[in-house]
Structure formats: C-alpha cells, structure tokens
Design a protein around this ligand. Structure first.
Ligand code: GLA
Length: 741
C-alpha cells in the first residue's frame, strides 16, 4: 500500500501540455499551464557520500543531469549554474545529436519524441531508502516517461528504472528504452569490462574510451551473458586502483540481451546508456500498458574499485540476492564426479559421503530423468522430467528419505526452459519450441529453447518445479540450469510480434520465478547457465547463489572468482572443490573458500589424509563462513598484476577476518613483498592463525608460519602498515589466515 502521507509531491512545473491529460495511475495532473521563470527546479538524489542531481531548465522545460559524483553540501548551488547540464533521458527526432536513451514512433507515424518535466515526488520507503519519481511528458502527445530512482543511503547505491506509457489511439512503437543515462565530464575515461566464454568467465580488461561509441552487449537471448556479463567499472580522469580514484560501478538487472553504450562526444563528455539491448527488439506498446525497464544499479566511489565493490556487496546481500543475509547450505554435487553415470546404489553411497565430509546437502545433477529417451548423455531426454526408472526405480522420494535417514538433505538439478528434439516433450508439443518454421533447426548442446512467451509453456515450467517439490516433499535445494542461447528463434505464439521475443522471454521467466517464489519463498536455488552464462541482479532476486563457471580448475578459478568479486558478494558465488585442476587438495580447497564453498569430488577415492584434511577444512569453513558471507572484501594483490592473488574479508565489528593468499606462479629471484592488510582496527590486537594446514608437503617455504596451528599476535596497526608474508618459491601454493581480535 502506498503510504500517501510519506509522499511529497515536490513540484509541478506547468508546461503547455497538449494532448490528453496524463493517464490514471501515472503522475498527478499537471494543472494549469503557467511558465515559471525562477528558480529552476532542482531534484537532488542523495546517499551518504553521493549526489545525483537533476535540474529542470526554465528555458526549455526539459530535465537535465546537473551533477553526479561526491555528495554536494548544497545542491541548491546548482540552481545558479549557467549550464543546465546534460539531458537526463535524451530522446530522438528533435534536436539531440547523439545516441538517445529513448526513441518512439507515435501512433500517427511521427518519429520524434520530446519530453518535458511535469512533476516529481519523493517517498521514504525506509529511513535509509528513498524512491524518487520524475514524470516527463511529450507536450504534443499523451506519452509519459517516468524516471524512478531508489537511493540506498547507507550503501551508496542507486537503482534506476523507467516506465513508459501512453494513451494514444493506437499502439506506439518504442525502439530504444534505456534504464539509465548518465553523463560524465572528465579528462579521460577508463572502462573495465568483464568478458569471456564458457569456462572462462569474467576476464578483466581496462581500456581508455576515446571519441565515438564503445558498446558492451549481448544478443544471445538466453544464456545471454555467456560472452559478456552485464557489469562495468568506469574510472574518471586516471585509472583507478583498489583504493584510489573515482569509479562508477554499474550493473543491469536483466537476464537477457543487455547493452551498455559509452559515447564520448566532440567536447570530451561521456554519456553512458544502459538497458535492454534494443537490437532487433522494437516493441509495440498498447495504449494504457506500462513498459517497465529492468533496473540499472550503480554506485560511485572516490576511493577506488575496492569501495565500489563493497558498496555493491552490502547492497546486494540486503536487496539484490534472495536471502542474501540468510544461511547457506554447503553442497556435495555429483556432476564432475559421476557425470550421467549413476544409479540408486551409487547415489546412496554419495549421501553417506556427504555426511562423512560434514556437508549439508547432496545435489544430484543432470541425468536422473526421462524414460522413452533416457537422459544418459546430453543428446536426449531434456524436457521429460520423470525419474528414469532404470537409474532411480524408487523415485526421487526414496532419495529424499535416504538423505533424511543419513542426516543430510537432498537437492536436484533441472533445466526446465530447454528441450532435446529427442524427447517426448518435443514430440507432443513441437509448437512450444523456438524454431524457424522454414529453416533447419540449429542445435547447441543438442537442444532447443522452449517458447516461454507462451502461457502454456510457462505453466509447464512452473509445474515441472512445483510438481517435483509437491510430490517429493523435503527436496531442500535446486540447481536451475539454462544451457543454450537463442538462434534461429521464432515463436509460434508471438505471431507478428517476433521482435518482442527477447524481452517477453525474460519477463515470462521472471513471471514463473515470481510465482514459484510466492509458494516457496526461501528454498535455496542455484542459478546456473552452462556455468556463469546468466549472472545478474534481475535473476538473483529469485536465486540464493549462482554457479560461477564450469571450469573448476583452481588456478583458473582464482581469476574467475576475482572477476565476480567486483560486483557480486561472496555468499552468492558457488565454488566447488573438484579434481579438475592438478593442484594440491589444499590449494583447491583454499580457492573454493573465496566464496560459497562446496564439493564435487569422488569421496571414495580420497586417501585417509585427504579425507581428514577436507573434514577439517569444512569444519574451519563453518566457523569462518559468516565472515566470508557478510564481511567486507579487500582485494589486496591482484592476480592480474602479480604472480599471486591475495584478498581478505573483515567482519563489521573488525574483530574477525580471513586472509586468503595464492601463489599462482613462482619466478627465480622474484621478490614478494609482505602484504599490507586492510579494513582492520589499528588499535586492536589480533591473533593470526594459519588454518587449512596440510601435510601433503606441497606448501612451500615462506607461506604461513611453518608450524601447523602456529599462532602469532600483532596489532592491527602493524598488520596494516608492515603486513604479513604471503609468499612462496613454489607455484600453486596457498595460505589461509584466520584473524581474531
Ligand atoms: C551445465 C552446468 C553444469 C552441469 C551440466 C549438466 O553445463 O553448468 O554444472 O550441471 O550442465 O548437464
């Protein structure tokens, strides 16, 4: 219920509004036209350390971005500036010379859009969260664009989205519909992007933006972020590092095609337009319907990238990730350990292993379903979500009960948006599949995408999950996968609206997830898409965590997890100890501890030593995971800059911390300086204890304190000024320090 009293309608600037009155449910009526000369309307959006300020020009009635950066003491000063600023939401067709945020063709064929300020209102949602709505309207048409800003004062984060609505007589086609447009005026701009591919997600590259347009985008539809995650960091003037420099970190909460467009104009100003990728996606908007864009989430830091990440993390655990501050289950998964090759007996033994290791839940991966075309490899069965009778004669219910009897929980893998042509689902419902009617089917991992825009398919997907959870009460965890992108896509259901497919697909997916979350609000679900092919805050509000990559080689994982750490909190990043990499078990375990640790390993092949080491490590992890999950992250040494990676987490009270150090390569004669810790209290005295000490003998000299369990005591001041040794002459060695006041 909207609390009317807490909404303050700040201002209504009367502008000549021709066309109809503003639609119901939108902004308040604009009142009598009446031109006000001074002072200009100033709309400040503020967080603890940031101001984003808009100003309405008295000259043309348009809305301008007057400031974005460190918090201004008096935003009213901007009323006296001679320069209105940059267009807050630039249109196309009138006098804009650069990339627009919005473009529309009116129902009479007029391809131009003009937006003038009408009014705005501010609502305090919570003491530290404010929602500001700014209403803009085309003076010639009943076409309204509403800008929404949620400011999270304590986290220094702003969430922005747009609603577009019209009351014209016929549908209006919208071609561009950005979530946000931001402007910067700096000497130079340095863009850090995070791109990759299957098994090599989140590579960092930083480059200078020069005149013209640079685009980071995807056109893949589903598994949309396979090559490019919807995130960026932008440094102003100088390249920023972890602790210095002005940085904007931005991410789009959208699980489909996104686009970030960076345009440096002839004067050296930069506009950043973020939103759904408009590519091949013109949208026909019916009168009275609201087109709501996904949220752009951004933060400004004038203390480098480290703070920008911490801002996003503290926002994400509260608002971005489902149950972000809640507990998490540790997993034993069987994908790498067994592949498709298992039966009830083998799974029963893995349930014992789960208990033996000290983990919470066994996650049964792909291969448990389909009968006519059994799912014994990835060529068949996808879509037929009945237990395979040969592998699971007693059904999933039996495994749930077995798990319960053994004192662990049971979880399961599904990929409900997809279908193998070799399946009963495909045979029964060929019209539920996205494929061009007159061209050969194009497969990726031997599968096709279901047409989720069709309500019958939405119902099917909902029932796959709900049916499974209802008939097997006690399923405690789900991994939701999505293994291919869209190609040769055509929706029978959408008929002449094929250009709606990319957008409607994602909104339909969110609809199904929303419905499932109403019934199962807290069931932990891992988001997966052939690894990290779908990682964003649009999806994460329905998911408790995500699978970062199918690449579980611990060396590669250091880089991949490092990349995610810029935008996503450790509690959401699933890292499993597996046998893929050739590193020591200790190294693999320590790397998994960078986030939400789990296992995917053949426990019965472990030596006694390995088992003991893992049990101890899991016990250590249980003790320190709260620091990793909700502590503040400090990236101390980047693997992109040295042959080692060092990071630490510190709890809010600065009374407990964990430091993780990895030697990735070792060169003859290389000097590895002591690493200065961060985030501690200089006045406190800390006990530093090495944990996860292994007797494998692969830990080189110079790492840790040599003696297992050795403890040393230092002041926070010393640790932050002088530092600790995190070095070794042996590559692929690692150390974990537990630091306690
Ligand atoms: C994807 C996932 C893997 C695994 C397989 C199963 O590749 O990323 O973790 O679940 O599917 O087929």
């Amino acid at each position: 219920m909207k609390k009317l009293l807490s909404i303050i309608t700040i201002c209504t600037l009367g502008l000549p509004l021709t066309g109809q009155d503003l639609p119901a449910g939108g902004p308040p009526p604009a009142g009598q036209p009446q031109m006000q000369q001074t002072p200009p309307v100033i709309i400040p959006l503020e967080t603890k350390n940031t101001s984003l300020v808009f100003r309405v020009s008295n000259r043309d009635g348009r809305l301008y971005q007057a400031w974005f950066g460190p918090r201004l003491i008096n935003t009213g000063d901007l009323a006296n500036s001679r320069d209105a600023g940059h267009p807050a939401y630039a249109t196309f067709g009138t006098d804009n010379l650069f990339e627009p945020a919005v473009r529309a063709t009116h129902n009479d064929g007029n391809p131009s859009l003009e937006l003038k300020y009408v009014s705005h209102e501010v609502e305090n949602i919570r003491p530290d969260v404010t929602l500001t709505r700014i209403f803009l309207k085309d003076p010639e048409y009943p076409f309204v664009v509403s800008l929404f800003f949620k400011t999270f004062a304590n986290e220094d984060v702003i969430e922005q989205w747009i609603e577009i609505r019209h009351d014209e007589k016929k549908p209006v086609t919208i071609f561009n519909y950005a979530s946000s447009m931001l402007h910067f005026d700096a000497e130079k701009y340095w863009l850090t992007q995070f791109h990759g591919d299957w098994a090599e997600e989140m590579n960092l590259r930083e480059s200078e933006l020069t005149a013209g347009i640079k685009i980071l985008d995807t056109k893949l539809g589903t598994r949309a972020h396979m090559y490019q995650t919807p995130v960026f960091m932008l440094s102003l003037n100088e390249r920023s590092d972890e602790n210095e420099g002005q940085v904007i970190a931005g991410t789009l909460g959208w699980s489909g095609n996104f686009r970030f467009l960076f345009e440096v104009d002839e004067k050296g100003s930069l506009r950043v337009i973020s939103g759904i990728n408009p590519f091949a996606s013109e949208y026909s908007l019916l009168p009275g319907k609201v087109f709501r864009t996904p949220s752009m989430i951004f933060t400004f830091s004038d203390k480098g990238k480290g703070l920008a990440s911490r801002n996003l993390h503290s926002w994400a655990v509260k608002y971005g990730v489902l149950d972000g501050t809640g507990p998490r289950l540790t997993l034993l998964n069987n994908w790498e350990a067994t592949g498709f090759n298992f039966d009830e007996k083998k799974l029963s033994a893995i349930l014992d292993d789960t208990k033996k290791l000290g983990l919470d839940v066994f996650l049964l991966d792909d291969g448990w379903f389909a009968n006519k075309y059994p799912r014994n490899n990835d060529r068949a069965g996808l879509g037929d979500w009945q237990e395979n009778r040969a592998k699971l004669p007693n059904g999933l219910g039996y495994l749930v009960r077995e798990a319960d009897a053994k004192g662990v929980k049971f979880g399961i893998w599904i990929e409900p948006e997809m279908v193998n042509p070799k399946s009963e689902l495909y045979e029964t419902h060929p019209d539920w599949v996205l494929k061009l009617p007159n061209r050969p089917e194009h497969y990726f991992r031997n599968q096709l995408v279901l047409d989720l825009t069709n309500p019958k398919v939405q119902e099917f997907v909902y029932n796959v999950v709900d049916g499974m959870l209802t008939s097997n009460q006690g399923i405690a965890f789900i991994k939701w996968d999505c293994n291919r992108m869209m190609t040769n896509a055509y929706s029978v259901y959408l008929k002449d609206k094929q250009s709606h497919l990319y957008i409607d697909y994602v909104n339909s997916l969110y609809g199904v997830l929303e419905r499932l979350r109403q019934k199962y609000p807290h069931l932990p679900v891992m988001l997966c898409s052939g690894g990290g092919g779908r990682v964003d805050y649009g999806a994460l509000k329905y998911f408790t965590e995500f699978w970062a990559s199918d690449n579980t080689d611990a060396l590669e994982r250091v880089y991949i997890q490092w990349g995610y750490s810029f935008f996503f909190p450790a509690v959401s990043v699933c890292n499993h100890v597996t046998s893929w990499g050739k590193q020591s078990l200790k190294f693999r375990t320590d790397v998994a501890m960078m986030g939400k640790m789990g296992y995917d390993i053949e426990v019965d092949k472990m030596t006694e030593n390995e088992l003991k080491f893992s049990q101890d490590a899991i016990a250590n992890y249980s003790r320190i995971k709260d620091i990793i999950y909700s502590g503040e992250l400090y990236r101390l040494i980047s693997p992109y800059e040295e042959n080692r990676a060092v990071l630490m987490y510190v709890n809010q009270a600065k009374s407990r911390a964990v430091l993780l150090g990895f030697i990735l390569n070792a060169r003859y004669g290389e000097t590895l300086n002591p690493v200065k810790l961060q985030g501690l209290d200089p006045a406190k005295t800390y006990k530093v204890q090495e944990i996860n000490v292994s007797n494998e003998g692969r830990r080189g000299p110079g790492m840790g304190f040599g003696a297992p369990g050795g403890i040393r005591t230092y002041s926070g001041d010393y640790l932050m000024k002088t530092g600790l040794n995190v070095g070794s002459a042996s590559p692929l060695t690692s150390v974990v320090y537990e630091i306690t006041e």
